[in-house]
Design a protein around this ligand. Structure first.
Ligand code: DLL
Length: 433
């Protein structure tokens, strides 16, 4: 089995928890005494470093939110001086001011190491050729995966996004064995390859996909693996935590959150109470070793559940299940909560439905109206109107059963919906326009 840091990855659980407690205590002491922001936060929450005496005491600490980063734009809550910084990344700021993340050399080292562990646990190493098709630049995906893949001794193709035909040529010519990109971009690359007369499964050396930066479903994994002949692994992260950090291992049963670097909690969204293994709630992360921008109990807003048993691969670090969406991705349709990931999961169970869909939400009179446009798959194509009506009715019925809300379905031609090179935008909500 490939493994980057066996001593740490297989550390007995009690030792790991002891280490986490020590790191937490150290972090809290450092921030309380040296950072005016964290000092004030802890004082307001009436918590002192002396109150942190077990790992569970983490729940005495106040939460942090994205707004803390925005309000302190660009570097108001950094805990390292500019002399100690070696990199910045900046988030796109689609919902307001951008957020800036600074890194010291040690931060970059740990970030890269977390990726080296993840990539090795997906079976990659020396001799592999990793085509990195996440955006390079201010987005963390490109550079993050680039350095992670280099650290394990793989050869990197820093392809970034776009110029998709060229991507396919490079994949063939340089015999890429792995690709790192968003799941939506991989779908696009697969289709472009087919139009070029190239089957990724039969005509390339690709065997691994490191796919993340947006939600994708288990059903989509099955489809992508069957179609492209690869093993598709989920990778998760956010710029505030460093970037892509936590990926699945060969077991493909959720991503490992490296416990020496991060303490993860899954909490009930309303009460803030901790949830048990398998219970779905909001992920909250404390970065235990970050120097420039430590995050304490950061409420990322992502929804998932945690597994605390030891992974079938033997690694002892906690695992987090697929992120099904963000709290703010949730659509409320006539009072019912709907996640786009539920729509994807349901659609991917229907063979007549292709790989692409779009959700359009509008208001008709005083009622919310949800339309799901789906591309038909080759199995679903027919010139008999009755066949198409049957497919549409099946899709409507299955969506209604899953979502508990009636939605209208429109079948559209293969290739007619937008394709994405980075994160996909599958929801158009016209209610607030
Ligand atoms: O998307 C970092 C990244 C790059 C992760 C490459 C994986 C691969 P941000 O742009 O800050 O950072 O967006 C972070 O994207 O809070 C989630 O809502 C979503 N997200 C990231 N990975 C996944 C995933 C990067 N595997 C936000 N599944 C997060 C579901 C994901 N959602």
């Amino acid at each position: 089995m490939q493994c980057w840091d066996p001593r740490m990855e297989f550390l007995p659980r009690e030792d790991l928890e002891r280490l986490q407690y020590r790191l937490l205590k150290l972090l809290v002491c450092r921030l309380y005494h040296f950072s005016p922001f964290y000092h004030h936060r802890m004082e307001s929450a009436r918590v002192h470093p002396d109150d942190i005496n077990t790992l569970d005491d983490v729940n005495k600490l106040p939460f942090m939110y994205k707004s803390d980063l925005r309000d302190s734009y660009p570097d108001g809550i950094f805990t390292a001086t500019t002399e100690d910084l070696v990199r910045y990344h900046v988030s796109s700021g689609t919902t307001g001011k951008p957020t800036v993340v600074g890194y010291t050399a040690a931060d970059l080292h740990n970030w890269t190491d977390s990726l080296a562990r993840g990539l090795s646990s997906c079976g990659l190493g020396r001799g592999d050729v990793v085509q990195v098709c996440y955006g390079y630049g201010l987005f963390t995906g490109g550079l993050g995966l680039h350095y992670g893949a280099e650290r394990i001794g793989a050869a990197v193709i820093p392809a970034s996004v776009g110029n998709t035909e060229r991507q396919v040529e490079m994949m063939q010519d340089l015999k890429a064995t792995a690709i790192a990109c968003t799941p939506s971009y991989l779908l696009h690359i697969g289709e472009v390859a087919e139009r070029m007369g190239i089957s990724i499964k039969n005509d390339t050396s690709l065997r691994v996909g490191i796919l993340g930066a947006e939600p994708w479903s288990e059903r989509m994994r099955t489809r992508v693996q069957d179609w492209l002949g690869i093993k598709a692994y989920d990778i998760y992260g956010t710029s505030e935590l460093s970037g892509p950090m936590f990926s699945e291992c060969s077991a493909q049963e959720g991503f490992h959150v490296w416990g020496d670097l991060a303490l993860v909690e899954v909490l009930d969204r309303e009460s803030g109470e901790p949830l048990g293994p398998g219970e779905e709630g909001e992920m909250v992360v404390t970065m235990l070793q970050k120097e420039a921008l430590p995050m304490i109990r950061y409420r990322i807003g992502d929804i998932t559940s945690m597994e605390t048993d030891v992974c079938p691969c033997g690694r002892t670090h906690p695992r987090v299940r697929r992120v099904t969406g963000r709290v703010d991705d949730m659509l409320i349709i006539r009072g019912i909560n709907v996640f786009p990931s539920q729509v994807e999961y349901t659609l991917m169970t229907i063979p007549e439905v292709g790989r692409h869909f779009q959700i359009v939400v509008d208001r008709k009179g005083s009622l919310d109206d949800m339309l799901v446009r789906v591309e038909v798959s080759p199995e679903g194509i027919s010139d008999r109107i009755q066949d198409l009506i049957k497919v549409r009715n099946t899709v409507e019925q299955k969506l209604k059963n899953t979502l508990n809300v009636t939605v209208e379905v429109e079948l559209v031609e293969p290739g007619s919906l937008p394709r994405f090179e980075g994160k996909s935008k599958r929801v158009i909500d016209r209610r607030n326009l």
